[in-house]
Write a protein that binds this ligand. Structure first.
Ligand code: RAM
Length: 329
């Protein structure tokens, strides 16, 4: 009997020990520009996939209700208080987050930015979705492809401090004179990745520029708002809406003709890669120029001299393939 009891006990102990590795040992916070954005929800799905694949990881998916640096600073401070193991952030501002993120790093928390970067002193590494110059060229080309004789285009961006959109817009402006000399950029406005503000900004552009041929929105929130305005104002066929769009949210505007084509990378893979990178930093891998990191099923990246790297080239979506991609993200 005694033997049986101790056998039962040791079996219970063994079971607990076996179960232990499945318990979360690493807590990785995925901090996004704003909650309620389908792009970030897709990234969070990928983050969970990576956590399940690696094992022993808890993903804390969080972000402010509007796309501001202030909201993100509050969140970062609370993550420091919770002593998470890593913070992976898509930043609303390259500089404003630096002091809070530096504090996190001083406390031993690993910090990386992804999607929208923070300045180099505020993070250990940054993961771009794609090459910045390539995205800049892509967003102009998407409009130019349907304007053989040239024309007037306007950009409806996210927030005016968003690192990623600002870098893409700069890259677009840089490539225009040489590669798209007959495309005229008349205005850049900011919808803050907020549907209502983006809708109002799109309406404002249309009212101010009656000859506008295309609206380019390099934001998944802005592009939907602009296409809805063009649809509602009966401007399909006159103004082509394009930019970076999530196929599941945007398919209806390819179907109704408000847009000819848009582009994006895989947001699920982006969130997945962010967690893969955070995990390796937690495990002690050093981020330094030239270092190669594995990003699991997505492949591998090598850090450049600013400790940044890019994931993959954007895909283009049009009538021929948006249906298929809309089922994925
Ligand atoms: C919005 C966000 C995000 C950007 C995409 C394309 O969802 O601004 O940062 O990468 O659009």
């Amino acid at each position: 009997m005694k033997l049986l009891k101790s056998l039962a006990l040791s079996t219970a102990v063994a079971a607990t020990l076996l179960a232990a590795p499945a318990m979360a040992q690493e807590r990785i916070a995925l901090v996004v520009k704003t909650l309620g954005n389908g792009f970030f929800d897709a990234a969070a799905k990928g983050a969970e996939e990576a956590a399940a694949e690696i094992g022993g990881i808890e993903v804390i998916y969080t972000g402010p209700t509007s796309a501001t640096a202030e909201g993100q600073i509050e969140i970062v401070n609370s993550l420091i208080a919770q002593n998470v193991d890593a913070i992976a952030i898509s930043a609303n501002d390259p500089d404003a987050l630096v002091p809070a993120l530096k504090k996190a790093m001083q406390r031993g928390i690993k910090v990386l930015s992804w999607d929208s970067g923070v300045a180099a002193e505020g993070r250990q590494l940054h993961l771009n979705p794609s090459d910045t110059d390539l995205i800049g060229e892509t967003i102009i080309k998407l409009a130019a492809d349907y304007l053989p004789d040239g024309g007037d285009v306007a950009i409806l961006s996210a927030s005016s401090t968003a690192t990623n959109q600002n870098a893409w817009i700069d890259a677009a402006k840089k490539v225009m004179p040489e590669k798209f000399p007959n495309i005229n950029l008349v205005s850049v406005v900011y919808g803050d990745d907020d549907s209502v503000k983006s809708t109002n900004e799109a309406k404002g552009l249309i009212a101010s520029y009656p000859d506008l041929d295309a609206i380019i929105a390099p934001t998944t929130v802005g592009v939907v708002a602009a296409a809805q305005v063009v649809t509602d104002e009966d401007l399909i066929g006159k103004i082509n809406v394009t930019g970076l769009a999530l196929p599941s949210e945007f398919k209806q505007f390819i179907d109704n003709g408000a847009s000819q084509a848009v582009a994006l990378w895989n947001p699920i893979d982006l969130g997945y890669s962010a967690v893969q990178l955070a995990h390796q930093l937690i495990e002690g891998k050093e981020a330094a120029p030239g270092a190669t990191f594995s990003i699991g099923k997505v492949g591998e990246i090598t850090l450049d001299d600013t400790n940044s790297a890019a994931m993959a080239a954007p895909f283009q979506f049009d009538k021929s393939n948006i249906e298929e991609f809309s089922k994925i993200y």
